[in-house]
Design a protein around this ligand. Structure first.
Ligand SMILES: Cc1cc2nc3c(=O)[nH]c(=O)nc-3n(C[C@H](O)[C@H](O)[C@H](O)COP(=O)(O)OP(=O)(O)OC[C@H]3O[C@@H](n4cnc5c(N)ncnc54)[C@H](O)[C@@H]3O)c2cc1C
Length: 292
């Protein structure tokens, strides 16, 4: 029996991952699954885990760097409708792990839920955002969480209360748990006021982030109280590049990949920036991006 027997309808072999990442870099996944239900997800995770084969999740791929030679094992994408539902009940919102942040923002603003408007312009899924505990001025996504439905690699499903999950700068305690769905809660505010806020935040976001047509990634965590982008600039590294990968001018905490770049260029530029910032400013930057 092959590893994917019975799962052929939602598992493919040797699937290129670069189109699934915001950097558009990296090789293929040995196996790639897009389950259409929780039952299929449980079954495939159990099979691969029991066989000792590695299992990874990919959301919108905006916080992962896939190596040039690709990855062994299984990569799962929760893009099927079963994992992308958004339900709102009063001040509470229940969001599937594969739902796009842009959908969370538009639903919240329309229903008068105050908070998600700050995420406007940020790529990603709610699963990826929670796993990476995305943050930006005055917002920390972990503080919105009331409960999270997760699945262990054994297929066992659990619900954690928000306070049972640890969030710190660009990190969470989810480890290798699969985030199936999250319940978040917000204060109410008028949709008109939230729409205005979102429009203003969108303009700010556009000025600071690489536009969607660039292949880009947000690279370093902000060390406490400081901005990684400001530190990189203070170290005189603005405009630096390695191979086909360069620092984004408006905020050098983003790297932008051009034609001919490969994942190795990103790693080399990360090493160069880390060393230079440490030497010149005595600050050790750590990566927010997950290097597979
Ligand atoms: C242009 C641009 C702007 C950005 N701006 C910001 C910013 O302002 N602030 C900030 O903090 N980040 C920022 N980021 C980083 C990125 O947008 C966030 O980290 C994003 O939320 C990641 O979501 P994703 O779905 O793309 O995750 P992925 O990159 O697909 O995955 C990230 C991690 O989460 C895991 N994961 C994904 N889905 C699940 C799941 N369902 N269950 C368990 N684990 C899962 C993956 O295995 C991986 O370890 C930016 C990125 C880009 C490209």
């Amino acid at each position: 029996m092959s590893l994917i027997s019975g799962f052929e309808h939602f598992v493919r072999e040797n699937e290129p991952l670069s189109p699934l990442t915001s950097l558009r870099l990296g090789g293929a996944a040995e196996y790639f699954a897009e389950p259409t239900s929780v039952d299929e997800l449980v079954a495939i995770v159990k099979r691969f885990s029991e066989e000792g084969v590695s299992v990874r999740l990919i959301g919108a791929g905006s916080n992962v760097l896939v190596p040039k030679d690709g990855v062994k094992g299984l990569v799962i994408n929760l893009s099927a409708p079963a994992f992308c539902q958004i339900e709102i009940d009063g001040t509470k919102m229940r969001v599937g792990g594969g739902a796009r942040l842009s959908h969370v923002v538009s639903n919240a603003v329309r229903e008068g839920l105050n908070g998600p408007q700050h995420l406007v312009g940020m790529p990603g899924t709610i699963g990826g955002a929670l796993h990476s505990n995305v943050n930006f001025p005055n917002v920390d996504i972990g503080t919105w969480v009331r409960s999270v439905d997760v699945m262990k690699r054994t297929g066992e499903r659990l619900t954690y209360r928000g306070e049972e999950v640890a969030f710190s700068s660009h990190q969470s305690s989810f480890g290798d748990l699969v985030i199936l769905a999250v319940e978040v809660e917000f204060e109410k505010e008028s949709p008109e006021s939230l729409t205005k806020q979102m429009q203003k935040l969108w303009i700010v976001s556009k000025a600071k982030r690489p536009p969607a047509d660039l292949n880009a990634a947000y690279v370093f965590r902000d060390p406490s109280g400081e901005s990684a982008g400001d530190l990189i600039e203070s170290a005189g590294l603005k405009g630096s590049s390695v191979g086909g990968v360069s620092l984004f001018d408006a905020n050098p905490n983003y790297m932008v990949a051009s034609d001919g770049a490969d994942a190795g260029d990103v790693v080399k530029l990360i090493d160069m920036v880390t060393n230079q910032v440490n030497e010149k400013l005595g600050v050790k930057l750590e990566t927010a991006i997950q290097i597979w």
